[in-house]
Design a protein around this ligand. Structure first.
Ligand SMILES: Cc1ncc(COP(=O)(O)O)c(C=O)c1O
Length: 424
């Protein structure tokens, strides 16, 4: 649908106004959590939805499969995999669940994740252990500071050497709460040497870092397209190494049960999969912006500029990781002490709410390494002034020069409230 020539505005404010949907005035500095759908892609998605409603039978019986295959092929090409090894799923959570729920873990078999693993995925691991009697679940703590990639690889090496029953390792490509790009190629190789299957959680990776699945050669890889590759939500890929096709089952059993690996994931009941058929258009938008070089080049330069300013103005620092392990479009900066906020996850969430309700600033705050850190995202619609407002506000609040809240009451949290989305 989207074959017309695109003329696109320059990155920054104009790009945001013309091509994105966020409401005027909001400082949206958290692309990482849920992504945002560009207007053009959303318009195309709506056209597909209209087409589906023009004649539902025509869509589901005659058009849907061809479009679904186009989407799958486009994603496969984007991550350099064969189409036969790639299926579309709704999100990374579904991708990991699909794999973990397909495995029969035997007595003593263990799953390995880390303390940096995304919480919903940690729960998925816990569930797999609960559902497979006698199996184990290990959560390895990632040591900080990280001096080099090899530090992390060595940690995995030691863990796998001393835990011979690990059967599957869930490994983040880019961690959520710390925005670290993990050396997955080396870890995948290490896993294979220890006869451990690797399940890569690339929720943040497609569009943000290069992915070459033929080169990486994991057992399983899932990654969202709806975060950094501009597709509508929910759209993700699940790659499964050929040798596992026979026993990986989709979460929803439907028409193509046991027919053929990729087809089994098609038509999982009647539902709206227009996000999948919009993939080619979203990837065209991505390429028309200049592709990875232009997009991540802009985003990382913008973030470098503003994070340098933060570190100076706040007198703090970045997460202690090497430069080559920093995600290009997400950076972690320690917040200065603020009398108003304790260092807990509940307080991080209250601070996020205060910033949102009082100042219309959306950032992601995490409680890591005994500090509050902001995870800042940048995308082609962001520009320096948005970050400046945030930098100045935090500086002034930390120096007690101005209050955080004028409009609403913000009270310290009891300390252990259950707020799962704070860790998105
Ligand atoms: C590392 C990681 N894994 C999994 C997810 C879940 O993604 P989704 O909610 O799209 O399933 C996220 C979400 O941010 C994430 O950061």
């Amino acid at each position: 649908m989207g074959s017309e020539e695109m003329t696109l505005p320059p990155f920054g404010q104009e790009m945001r106004e013309k091509e994105f949907c966020m409401r005027k005035g909001s400082m949206f500095l958290n692309h990482g959590s849920f992504g945002t759908v560009p207007k053009r892609v959303k318009d195309i998605q709506k056209r597909y939805i209209d087409k589906m409603d023009d004649h539902p039978d025509d869509w589901f019986r005659r058009n849907n499969l061809g479009k679904w295959k186009e989407g799958r092929d486009a994603i496969a090409a984007f991550v350099n995999a064969d189409s036969e090894d790639v299926v579309l799923v709704q999100n990374a959570t579904t991708g990991v669940n699909t794999v973990l729920k397909s495995i029969n873990f035997k007595e003593n078999d263990a799953i390995l994740a880390t303390d940096n693993t995304y919480p919903a995925i940690q729960f998925t691991c816990e569930h797999a252990k609960a559902a497979n009697s006698g199996s184990q679940y290990y959560k390895m703590d990632i040591n900080y500071p990280i001096i080099s990639e090899d530090d992390v690889v060595e940690q995995y090496r030691q863990f796998l050497s001393s835990h011979p029953h690990v059967r599957l390792a869930v490994i983040d490509h880019i961690t959520s709460s710390t925005a670290v790009v993990m050396p997955i190629k080396k870890i995948i190789k290490l896993c294979r040497e220890h006869d451990v299957m690797s399940m890569i959680d690339g929720a943040h990776a497609p569009g943000q870092v290069p992915i070459d699945l033929k080169d990486l050669d994991p057992d399983f890889y899932t990654g969202n397209l709806h975060k950094w590759a501009y597709t509508p939500r929910g759209c993700a890929l699940l790659y499964v190494r050929r040798e596992h096709h026979a026993w990986i089952r989709p979460l929803v059993t439907s028409w193509y049960y046991l027919k053929e690996f990729t087809m089994e994931f098609f038509m999982q009941g009647t539902r709206d999969d227009c996000a999948y058929v919009t993939v080619t258009d979203a990837l065209k938008f991505y390429e028309d912006l200049g592709g990875m070089t232009a997009i991540t080049g802009y985003n990382s330069s913008l973030l470098d500029l503003v994070t340098d300013r933060m570190v100076t103005e706040w007198g703090t620092g970045k997460l202690p990781i090497p430069r080559d392990m920093e995600a290009p479009c997400m950076k972690m900066i320690r917040l200065p002490h603020m009398d108003l906020y304790d260092v807990t996850t509940a307080e991080a969430y209250r601070l996020m709410d205060d910033l949102f309700y009082e100042h219309d600033i959306q950032v992601q705050i995490f409680c890591v390494l005994d500090n509050l850190y902001v995870r800042l995202s940048a995308n082609v619609y962001n520009h320096t002034e948005e970050y400046s407002l945030f930098i100045n506000l935090i500086r002034d609040v930390s120096l007690n020069k101005r209050p955080m809240c004028l409009k609403r009451k913000s009270e310290k949290s009891p300390g252990n409230s259950d707020m799962p989305f704070s860790e998105k």
